[in-house]
Design a protein around this ligand. Sequence first.
Ligand code: ACO
Length: 335
Amino acid sequence: MSKIKAAITGVHAWVPDYILTNDELATMVDTSDEWITTRTGIKARRILKGEGKGTSHMGAEAVKGLLKKTNTHPDEVDLLICATVTPDMQFPATANIIADKAGIKYAFHFDINAACSGQIYALTTAAMYIQSGMYKKVIMVGADKMSSIADYTDRTTCVIFGDAAGAIMLEPTTEDIGIIDSIHQSDGAGRVHLHQKAGGSVKPASHATVDAREHYIYQEGQAVFRFAVSRMADVSVEMMKKHNIEPEDLAWFVPHQANNRIIEATARRMGIEKKQVMINIQRFGNTTSATIPLCLWEWEDKLMKGDNIILAAFGGGFTWGAIYLKWAYNGKNHR
Ligand code: ACO
């Protein structure tokens, strides 16, 4: 009997309407369009506005769109996994809330927190439930309202992040397509360079933590940059070597969109050309758990059945990894 693989059978994303440009940011903190563009590649990012709207709002919109375009009734969904670092609340899991808003009743749901790598950790986890033969329809959602933890008085972090959600449907196949391999790693020692200081069990929220602005992203940019470049490149090259993928065999490289310089350095190490790399950081910034589904959604029209694709991410933790997959459908037919 052929081995069951997990194939991506649909992808959808949702971004808020509000566009926060570099010029508008320059009215809020001491920065400039020139600095942000040169150092990060970012020109604009989307921001979710509106009282009472959190990560689940965006995640549910992405999932509802995904259900519609894949002709899936909510009752058919077996499992929904949400990758996020900005849950609606500490508990319950945002996956539960997204599923409820999308009308998914006969499934179980949980969150994965691996910062920017959460999206690939969640995709691999979702794939395992399919590959085991346990489930037929699993949804992975990557969603983050980064504007809720970005400090708009700190120019070193607030210029980087944006809000978005993306959702991916996984189903079984016995064809030679789908998710072929995953390599994931973590190093908890990296937490000192990138974390949120308060609001957890070590330092619960208090007047003092709010006054000290400890509920925002704390990042030592240069240290994170160095690790991100080396780890993302190492793991992507390792994946190519492991599967004898020559640069010209790769249809697409889909990197986490953290910084255009990290993306370019990784692509150089892989020996691939810019035209093989999905890059939309200029319009959306770093949307943490949503960057890879957002790219796949934007490029869906161009994707062909059998395309060799490598996804790679690096994030807080530290966490990093890569997934090698063969695309499962001609994207044009799916709009
Ligand atoms: N505008 C103008 N000047 C700025 C800004 C800004 N927005 N931000 C920083 N600067 C200044 C600094 O204050 C510093 O000034 P100084 O020399 O007078 O002290 C100077 O620019 C250089 O600062 P660096 O931190 O060295 O700038 P760098 O080139 O490293 O860029 C950045 C900073 C964009 C954050 C970069 O380090 C980076 O991309 N790091 C990795 C981010 C990442 O991958 N994160 C992981 C994923 S996120 C997650 O998991 C949640």
